[in-house]
Design a protein around this ligand. Structure first.
Ligand code: GLY
Length: 360
């Protein structure tokens, strides 16, 4: 009898495995790569974070027309970078604590094992395109800040204000509720007592988009792009532009990308770890779960733990392998990932380690 992943996780929870690591349930089983005559034909796949449904559709459309996976995944995430309504990426991304939008991105091209990245890049809405140019038009992998901006302008990118009105208002709300011991005040009436409470309403996102693709030639590439931690300290760089942390591709094995608390990936080199787990025989979903467990094990600071010692933050991983298998997993159950397996674009539940108890 096949047990669905949802049933399996429910059963594990019912057994009182509140902090138990949930093993791979083996539901995701597409092995698409197959021999066809003397040529190995690949059935393509594209995976992305939950905000990447349009990205996987676009990337798959291009891959079906014969595009290289890197062209396809970058074109996919460009749609989200250009969307002012997505406040985690590109235009409209939430700014740093000064109200400046600072973007991070990386790309990695499997067939040539090259990578490019930019960090703390201001005024350019498509950092993924600049990251690609770093890969193709410099002898370097990572450019940051002013240097990255100068490089982008040199290549004809347009400087623009990326702070939309919606993002500006979110920033003002954050600033006004940052502390109830400073001089900023949120809107309030004469009867409001503890206006610091409003802080709880302000979410500090680590939103990002990652997109990984396997093309018809069997080549794998990936991209991760983000506005990073909302209201971050200016100059803070997360995992997204760091090859091995927020993105990694090995054309012989597979690729991994991540969203969520970047600091956890920076100290665990999570994406290269996932690819190495797949090289050792783990499925993409199993490998993503292993990376979650590694973060839990290495998360030693009390301030980053809940009452039961579990991380008080979330990190989510996405992976594909050379055979076209895919999977995603996160520490805390919270969301979905997007995938296009050549038949249709879908949102699927991520596997996870822990589930929050329902609040009353
Ligand atoms: N993972 C996105 C960030 O931490 O910046």
């Amino acid at each position: 009898m096949r047990v669905s992943r949802r049933d399996f996780l429910r059963t594990a929870a019912a057994l009182g495995a509140g902090a138990a690591v949930v093993p791979y349930a083996g539901v995701l089983e597409p092995v698409w790569g197959r021999e066809s005559g003397p040529q190995r034909a690949f059935r393509p796949v594209v995976i992305s974070s939950g905000n990447g449904l349009r990205a996987v559709e676009k990337a798959m459309e291009m891959i079906r027309e014969g595009a290289d996976a890197l062209d396809a995944v970058i074109a996919g995430v460009n749609l989200v970078e250009d969307d002012p309504e997505d406040m985690t990426v590109g235009l409209g991304g939430l700014p740093n604590e000064r109200g400046e939008v600072e973007l991070d991105a990386s790309v990695m091209h499997g067939p040539t094992h090259r990578a490019g990245a930019v960090a703390a890049l201001k005024y350019i809405r498509n950092p993924s395109k600049v990251a690609r140019l770093v890969m193709e038009r410099t002898d370097h992998v990572l450019l940051v800040g002013e240097g990255a901006l100068e490089f982008a302008l040199m290549h004809g990118f347009k400087k623009e204000n990326l702070l939309t009105e919606k993002a500006r208002l979110a920033w003002v709300q954050w600033k006004e509720t940052l502390s109830n011991r400073d001089d900023y005040l949120p809107p309030h009436g004469p009867e409001d007592r503890d206006i610091g409470e409003a802080l709880r309403e302000v979410i500090r996102y680590y939103g990002t988009i990652t997109c990984l693709g396997l093309d018809l030639q069997g080549n794998i590439s990936g991209v991760t792009t983000t506005s990073g931690l909302a209201f971050k300290i200016p100059g803070r760089v997360g995992d997204s532009p760091i090859i091995g942390a927020g993105l990694y591709v090995d054309n012989e094995v597979g690729a991994a990308g991540s969203t969520g608390r970047g600091e956890a990936n920076l100290v665990n080199c999570s994406c290269v770890f996932i690819v190495e787990q797949m090289r050792a025989g783990k499925s993409p979903e199993e490998a993503c779960l292993e990376a979650c467990k590694r973060i839990v094990k290495n998360n030693k600071m009390r301030r980053l733990q809940d009452e039961e010692g579990r991380p008080n933050f979330n990190v989510r991983f996405y992976a594909i392998n050379k055979a076209g298998q895919f999977g995603a997993a996160e520490i805390w159950r919270s969301g979905k990932f997007a995938v296009h397996d050549g038949t249709q674009a879908r949102l699927l539940d991520c596997a996870y380690l822990y589930e929050r108890r329902q609040s009353r």
